[in-house]
Design a protein around this ligand. Structure first.
Ligand SMILES: [Zn+2]
Length: 435
């Protein structure tokens, strides 16, 4: 991140979060959206044929992952070629390098859980903006000055790398490393902040006794964080647990000093589509990045379901709250309707059914194979009452299915360990195995 981004952009982003009211956010979004549509309509070969400058954002066609990847060469405004960027990124991963592509572009290749990889590219300026956003909104307590961070991510590389910039040290490590190795690294490098997916943070929490110094803060990302897991991690480390919600499309939300998740409404504009949630208001997210033009994200349909709330947070920010991250749209359970047809049950209700059954559930996974069969894998603490916990999970599931107007499928409990997605390495706790 350039000095300018750190010194000017970061504080400005923080100020906006603290001080803008709803009207200001709205005016900013409308102004940026107009500029973005004009710019993209002129410079992107793909959009040039589709939209004309000056049309409202709402008239821009929706974009999805498959189209983004298929038409990447024509969508981007820098004349970049998908296959060359992918080859470049893969070679970097093999060598453990992290260089920029000629022209100063950062290339990312996220392994989507549903298979096809998503290529992302940022210009130097866009990278600065992202760095400033991460500086301003990262879920860490603001008073925390010493920041030596274990940054666990899927790197496809066993080596760890350490980078120190502006007083923050990030130790990047692949999260497929064993917990013993990570604990060693945390001790040797005196890391006081742990950032990673909750399934890994949970394992580290269970090994906290072997960490020889206090952990000051924990940041969760990449997987849904259950309230039970959050409490477990916070309790083990006696530290606040923040959250970042991030996709290939950028950093969409982060937790505030009061511990709640706010959408980054000054950086992205969000629209929501109905997702058939009969019990709550989980909706599918459509995001427009208001600043990126090298690879524009205009009305991009995410696979994520979330429940948005109001703007009434005790931290004082008027940025819209995310009440709950429900998971992926393709993880929604499909049940037989009690009065015919199909009824959908959002993954979060399944998570709640298990999470609230007992303190002794260490990890779990629910896999739906058909409308009539659900497997629930339970990893329990030693000495736990398996029969009692299974009965409680079954009872909770019956309540949620009933409220949704659906028929409870047969539930088979097993002690099989939950499996990570082989492509992304993520632990998807609720998933559906049929279309
Ligand atoms: Zn807040």
């Amino acid at each position: 991140m350039s000095l300018l981004a750190r010194a000017v952009l970061g504080p400005r982003l923080r100020w906006q979060f603290d001080h803008w009211d709803e009207g200001r956010i709205d005016r900013h979004q409308q102004r940026r959206a107009r500029r973005l549509v004009d710019d993209v309509a002129r410079r992107s070969p793909w959009y040039r044929g589709l939209i004309r400058p000056g049309i409202p954002l709402a008239e821009v066609p929706l974009m999805d992952k498959a189209t983004m990847m298929a038409e990447f060469d024509r969508i981007n405004t820098a004349g970049l070629h998908r296959d060359e960027l992918v080859a470049f990124r893969i070679a970097q991963e093999h060598d453990g390098g992290n260089e920029t592509y000629p022209g100063g572009y950062s290339v990312g290749l996220s392994s989507g859980t549903s298979g096809n990889k998503v290529l992302t590219v940022l210009s130097a300026r866009e990278r600065d903006r992202y760095g400033a956003l991460l500086w301003a909104r990262n879920g860490l307590p603001r008073g925390l000055t010493r920041r030596r961070v274990l940054f666990a991510l899927r790197a496809n590389n066993p080596a760890f790398t350490s980078v120190t910039r502006f007083g923050v040290t990030l130790v990047h490590v692949d999260y497929f490393q064993g917990v013993d190795r990570l604990v060693e690294l945390i001790n040797a490098e005196e890391l006081n902040v742990l950032a990673g997916p909750p399934s890994l943070l949970r394992l580290l929490a269970d090994s906290h006794a072997r960490i020889d110094h206090p952990i000051d803060a924990v940041i969760s990302y990449a997987e849904e964080l259950d309230p039970g897991t959050r409490d477990h991690i916070a309790g083990a480390f006696d530290a606040p647990v923040g959250e970042i919600y991030q996709g290939a499309e950028g950093m969409l939300a982060a937790s505030c000093p009061a511990g709640r998740l706010h959408l980054n409404e000054d950086v992205a504009l969000f629209e929501f589509e109905d997702a058939g949630d009969v019990l709550g208001s989980a909706r599918r997210v459509v995001a427009t990045d208001l600043y990126r033009t090298t690879q524009p994200f205009l009305r991009y349909r995410l696979g994520d379901l979330l429940e948005v709330g109001g703007r009434d947070c005790s931290c004082g920010s008027a940025f819209r709250l995310v009440e709950r991250l429900h998971g992926r749209a393709d993880a929604v359970l499909e049940l037989r309707g009690a009065s015919g047809g199909t009824v959908r049950l959002m993954p979060d209700y399944v998570r709640r059914a298990v999470d609230r059954a007992s303190q002794d559930v260490i990890e779990y996974q629910a896999i739906q194979y058909s409308a009539d069969l659900l497997e629930v894998r339970l990893l329990l603490a030693p000495g736990a009452d398996r029969t009692g916990i299974e009965a409680e999970v079954r009872r909770n599931l019956a309540i949620w299915c009933g409220r949704a107007g659906g028929v409870v499928p047969r539930v088979d409990f097993t002690g099989c360990p939950p499996e990570r997605n082989p492509r992304s390495g993520k632990l998807i706790r609720v998933r559906r195995e049929f279309a």
